[in-house]
Design a binder for this molecule. Structure first.
Ligand SMILES: NC(=O)CC[C@H](N)C(=O)O
Length: 211
């Protein structure tokens, strides 16, 4: 069965994520209300403005439902601002005065890390998890991962070693925007994770413990 992927549609480039899912023949659903998370196998938090997305998550009562969604084992992927919102902490120098975070991914991010001179750039990244051919990565006022907890694995680095994508179990963060390039391998990989963790095939905790 194909999973249904939710895309948080409060602000930012959620339409581009929905378009990428449509190209893959996967059903995407705009999420604005807690009730809309029912029946969703994976959730994408798009790029945009992390302070706005964070504020709207609070206002729409989505914080606890999203934390609960993560606890259920279903995957959540944050791109750019979405990765910031997932993070445990924003480095104090780049933190906005009001910066609501979900605190799920054990990383410290630095916002707008490439400085005002370099608003945006593109580069090819090796992301073995996604495929053997390099992935074109678009960075727009992008954050970087400044620190990672022990459970976090880097999925991609820039040539200077800067971490640009991470995974911590069912939580994924990318500093760049795979939804903007037309190369949908990252979305395809995320949909595979979602399929594996779809509620329909989830194991009971006792069974899981016995594995
Ligand atoms: N492209 C983006 O998502 C930019 C993120 C933005 N700079 C922020 O801090 O929220």
């Amino acid at each position: 069965m194909q999973p249904v992927i939710g895309v948080l549609a409060l602000q930012g480039d959620f339409r581009e994520h929905l378009a990428a899912l449509a190209r893959l023949g996967v059903e995407g659903r705009e999420i604005r209300l807690p009730s809309e998370l029912a029946g969703i196998s994976g959730l994408i938090i798009p790029g945009g403005e992390s302070t706005t997305i964070g504020r709207l998550i609070e206002r729409f009562g989505l914080r606890e439902p999203i934390v609960e969604f993560a606890r259920s084992g279903r995957p959540i992927w944050g791109t750019c601002a979405g990765m910031i919102v997932l993070a445990r902490e924003v480095d104090p120098e780049t933190r906005a005065r009001t910066q609501h975070l979900l605190g799920l991914l054990d990383i410290v991010v630095r916002r707008n890390a490439f400085g005002p001179q370099i608003e945006s750039f593109e580069t090819d990244l090796e992301i073995p998890a996604v495929g053997s051919e390099p992935v074109r990565a678009v960075f727009i006022r992008a954050p970087v991962v400044a620190e990672m907890g022990p459970a976090v694995e880097p999925l991609a680095r820039l040539t200077d070693g800067t971490v640009a994508a991470v995974r911590q179990g069912n939580l994924i963060g990318t500093a760049f925007h795979p939804e903007l390039t037309g190369d949908d391998r990252f979305h395809a990989w995320f949909c595979r994770l979602a399929r594996e963790h779809s509620p329909a095939v989830q194991l009971e905790p006792a069974t899981r413990g016995a594995r």
